[in-house]
Ligand binder design. Structure first.
Ligand code: NAP
Length: 222
């Protein structure tokens, strides 16, 4: 059975990705911040919820080691943890940037690194990082300075990983969602046209298709 780690199991995108891979018959391990955190799919025998502090590099490395010891290999990882903050340069302190860095990059790097090391040993694997339009294009970072800067590192990391893995079947793919149709976004932008927003399930479907492809697109813009 193929297996996958999904971080942010309680989140909108995390839930959709977990659902997609369970439907496809994969073994899914979802990370949450606390074991008390609700994550649906708990009844599915192919789903395991694990509490991991992704800002703790040692704990995160031990989590990956345990999964590999239990399952013998790791086929894919989808790292959905992240969050948003507004603010122009005048409104953004260095500490604000550090907070966004910790939330959007540190939580990804701490797990991407041991996952990448394992996949390089195997010679295959798929790692999905979640960027954003602001992170891809600084024009779109105006007014979201800390968020855009933190997400921009996701793209640079993917470039470095794909460079190191060149010639192998280890691929790192950046997912770039536009506005996702989530309850939180509907609450904060009640007058927006929700039909223009991308559904988490649509992104999850694209992630799955790229995950099983021999020649995945390294950028998924949804
Ligand atoms: N929503 C959008 O419109 C949009 C647009 C572009 C990009 N994105 C990106 O897409 C990804 C998923 O978005 P989403 O809307 O699904 O987000 P979401 O529903 O807010 O889910 C975020 C997940 O991250 C977890 N999390 C937050 N801080 C954490 C931390 N310090 N350590 C570990 N876990 C933490 C949350 O856990 P808890 O449940 O415990 O809080 C939750 O499971 C994010 O990276 C986001 O930046 C989103």
């Amino acid at each position: 059975m193929k297996n996958i780690i999904v971080t942010g199991a309680s989140g909108n995108l995390g839930q959709a990705v977990i659902q997609q891979f369970l439907l496809e018959g994969w073994q899914v391990t979802g990370t949450v911040r606390s074991q008390k955190t609700e994550a649906d799919n708990s009844d599915d025998h192919s789903f395991k919820k694990v509490a991991v502090d992704l800002n703790n590099e040692t704990a995160t490395g031990e989590f990956v080691t345990t999964i590999i010891a239990e399952q013998g290999k790791l086929d894919a990882a989808v790292l959905t943890v992240g969050g948003f903050a507004m603010g122009s340069i005048a409104e953004t302190t260095a500490k604000d940037i550090f907070i966004q860095y910790q939330l959007n990059f540190d939580t990804a790097y701490a797990i991407a690194r041991p996952v990448f090391i394992q996949m390089m040993k195997q010679g295959s694997g798929r790692i999905f990082l979640v960027g954003s339009q602001a992170g891809m294009n600084m024009e779109k970072s105006k007014g979201v300075v800390a968020y855009g800067l933190a997400k921009s590192l996701i793209f640079r990391l993917a470039e470095l990983m794909n460079d190191e893995a060149y010639g192998t079947d280890v691929k790192t793919i950046v997912v770039v969602p536009s506005t996702i149709d989530t309850p939180q976004n509907r609450r904060s932008m009640p007058h927006a046209d929700f039909t223009k927003w991308v559904k988490p399930e649509t992104i999850a479907g694209h992630i799955f298709l790229n995950c099983i492809s021999d020649d995945p697109s390294l950028l998924i813009e949804d």
